[in-house]
Ligand binder design. Sequence first.
Ligand SMILES: [Zn+2]
Length: 236
Amino acid sequence: MGTWILETDKSIYWMEDQYYIDKIDKSPLSNGEYHVVIAAMKDWFNSQNPPGLMKIVLGDTKEPAHKLVNHGHGSGHTQIPTIKFIAADDSNYNSRNGTKIDMIIMHNTDAGLQASINTFKNPASQVSAHYIVARSGEIIQMVRDTYRAWHAGDRDVNGRSIGIEHEATSANRGMTSAQEQSSITLVKYLMEAYDIKLANIKPHRLVSTMPGGTDCPRWIWSTDSDFETWKHTHLE
Ligand SMILES: [Zn+2]
């Protein structure tokens, strides 16, 4: 799709594929018209790399996701994962209230892929995670990183973490090689994007404060030492 412009009721976005690179907010005037300062986009049009033929979409009120930028630290060789977005029901997540992301919580679905997607789309379930890594290797995002998904069984941890589900059940334990490769690519990408430390990549069971706790993600990492070994082998 390349670069293009999306105009919504509140803003104008400079888009690259499904992500926005820059955003200009519209300021409503008392006469019902909007005021927009286009300096940033003007710079883009005057830059070395101006937009060519462009698609323009008007009037969608949903805010698209921001494209993550490489902050310049780390190896600079971070792979960008391919991600498909299927929205969770918006009653299954809420605002981070400005809390900085500094953790990743790893889960297993304990259900098939479609059943897991359906759970997060069901407003009655009151649960969600940001990502599901399927056994096929496909990565599905259901909650934008900027929101607090409900996966950790602890309010504070949900506020500061990204939750990643991995499709696995008692009948399909461990990860397929495609799934493991996608998981590694996704986690490394998020670590780089949010400057998350290896020590803050944790299995669900270590952070849940729900009564009775959880064994998640037992179908992939049956013990905490399995998890630590995997983490140090693949993410360091
Ligand atoms: Zn879990």
